[in-house]
Design a binder for this molecule. Structure first.
Ligand code: BT5
Length: 256
């Protein structure tokens, strides 16, 4: 199962787990592994990232105390990635709940939210035929270690539970649930949108959706069967938004 890969810090059997102290981004390391032919299921985990990234080239703050990891997948199915990214968010939310007991919601498409604040994010990137799933969770990250503009909208599991979180246990649970939902996605994704909808924290709230420079405002009405956001515009028209973000509309309360 190891595909002959001989990497420092890897497990003896099964896909490797590569542990790194400090790295720019675990997704970059996973990408190198992917292009080198390392098998599906390999995990890269870092204590700290110096150039963690989110979507659209945004920065992801990743000081010590978080779960910063990337999982290498080699999908053979051709189902939309959008659905896979929703499935990953569901899996991560389940793992957080199972490990810490903290009720975790999802803000479209895949922000994980606790008490209205972002606790984790998911980033899917292609690497040849492989897909790298990057997951970042503020497990024990002190909020004052986050940039000033991020901290007020963020939280940590330590803060939510009042006690330190077992980061390794959490990461193992996240990878376990991720692989579970990945298998479901590979088999057609049945049940994914339903599981996602049960965690939807934005439904019924006024939001701005879309990608940078192309936004539209309306009331979030959940997602359709493909995982697209359904937005009710002022005109009453329902607009499908396939990719992008969701932010509370100006003047509106945070999506909690
Ligand atoms: C995400 O992007 O939420 C995806 C984050 C993925 C991070 C993981 S860590 C392991 C792997 N390696 C990487 O380099 N990345 C992945 P997006 O939806 O674009 O959200 C980015 C926004 O979240 C930023 O613009 C900030 O507003 C906010 N943010 C940044 N760091 C944060 C943090 N630690 N906690 C909460 N919010 C944060």
């Amino acid at each position: 199962m190891n595909g002959g890969a001989s990497l420092p810090g890897t497990a003896k059997t099964g896909p490797p787990i590569v542990r790194i102290g400090e790295v720019e981004s675990t997704n970059d390391v996973a990408r190198v592994l992917a292009l080198a032919g390392v098998p599906e299921g390999a995990v890269v985990v870092a204590r700290r990232q110096t150039r963690g990234r989110g979507r659209w080239g945004r920065a992801w703050a990743a000081p010590p105390g978080g779960v910063w990891c990337s999982v290498l997948l080699r999908p053979t199915a051709t189902h939309p990635w959008g659905l896979l990214s929703l499935a990953v968010a569901v899996g991560a939310a389940e793992a957080i709940e199972k490990t810490t007991g903290v009720k975790t919601g999802i803000r479209w498409p895949n922000d994980l939210v606790v008490d209205g604040r972002k606790v984790a994010g998911v980033l899917l990137e292609g690497a040849g035929d492989a897909v790298i799933v990057g997951i970042g969770i503020n497990a024990n990250v002190p909020l004052d270690a986050l940039p000033e503009d991020v901290a007020p909208r963020a939280t940590s599991l330590h803060l939510a539970t009042g006690q330190p979180v077992d980061s390794d246990g959490l990461r193992e649970a996240v990878v376990g649930r991720l692989m579970h939902w990945y298998r479901i996605w590979s088999a057609g994704g049945r049940g994914t949108t339903e599981a996602w909808r049960r965690r939807d924290v934005s439904r019924g709230t006024r939001v701005t959706a879309g990608s940078p420079g192309r936004t539209v405002e309306g009331i979030a009405e959940g997602i359709d069967g493909d995982g697209a956001l359904l937005l009710r515009l002022a005109s009453g028209e329902i607009r499908r938004v396939l990719t992008g973000d969701l932010i509370p509309a100006s003047g509106a309360r945070g999506a909690d």
